[in-house]
Design a binder for this molecule. Structure first.
Ligand code: PGA
Length: 257
């Protein structure tokens, strides 16, 4: 069993993004060669916007950092406008001083997807593991594309997306039929090996998943609940995402403004 998950609650999503961006910037300032684990989705967009501003005004530099993204859709080429590689380029990498070869996103169009998963794990291992991992959470409690029922010891692999996740992600595609059905994702076991994990969640639609992840013990119904066995895990929430937390967790949370 790990240490208790720390919870920080911000009054709104902007304040939550500020908090997460500042934590990442501080970590890079302390260790310029930081190995970062990065996430896609709507939640981290504002975090990346703030980090870009900090790089552009000289507060922080990604020049020695290495990055590993959590996941990628199977079948989308890196230049596809909905691929996660494209997301990372347009939201962060193209605007900061990171070295292109040091940014890693699994390839969803690798000829041998299973080899791609093995190679991805090996690349993380070769860098000595992830220092600081950013996560979002799905409405169904998924982390990366580890859907309910995923193995706690799972490694990077090819997975099927659930109907719930396909529906949630349809907002980024022309029609729901364009949403890929499979993805490559770091496994829960891979994620739990990061030295430090920051999960960010904003909005009422995440409140139930957040409350379940933090209470009731680790269980396969909520992949995020396995973070309870992590050594150094922090949830950064806005008020809406924290709105279903039990009183005891609210009382022990730190409030940020
Ligand atoms: P979102 O996705 O940030 O777009 O809500 C998070 C997730 O599904 O992990």
């Amino acid at each position: 069993m790990g240490n208790q998950i720390k919870v920080r609650i911000a009054e709104n999503s902007q304040a939550a993004a500020n908090d997460v961006a500042s934590e990442f910037a501080r970590a890079i300032q302390c260790k310029p060669s930081l190995i970062l684990g990065l996430a896609t989705g709507g939640t981290p967009v504002e975090v990346y916007r703030k980090l870009v501003a900090m790089v552009q005004n000289g507060q922080v530099s990604f020049s020695d950092c290495t990055t590993f993204n959590l996941d990628e859709y199977v079948g989308l080429a890196p230049d596809h406008h909905q691929s996660y590689r494209h997301f990372m380029q347009s939201k962060l990498f193209d605007h900061v001083d990171v070295t292109a070869e040091k940014t890693h996103v699994p390839s969803g169009v690798a000829e041998d997807l299973y080899q791609e998963c093995e190679d991805y794990e090996a690349a993380i291992r070769n860098e000595g593991g992830i220092d600081l991992q950013l996560l979002g959470i799905g409405e169904n409690g998924h982390i990366a594309f580890n859907e309910p029922g995923s193995e706690v010891k799972g490694r990077t692999s090819v997975v099927d997306l659930t109907e719930n996740t396909i529906a949630a992600n349809a907002r980024f595609f022309d029609t729901i039929d364009h949403v890929p059905r499979k993805a490559i994702t770091m496994g829960i076991g891979t994620i739990l090996e990061a030295s430090k994990i920051v999960l960010m969640a904003t909005g009422r639609n995440k409140a139930t998943a957040v409350a379940r992840a933090l209470s009731g013990g680790p269980g396969a119904d909520s992949p995020a609940s396995y973070l309870q066995s992590g050594e150094d895990v922090t949830f950064v929430l806005d008020a809406d995402a924290s709105s279903e937390l039990p009183d005891a967790l609210i009382e022990s949370a730190e409030f940020i403004f």
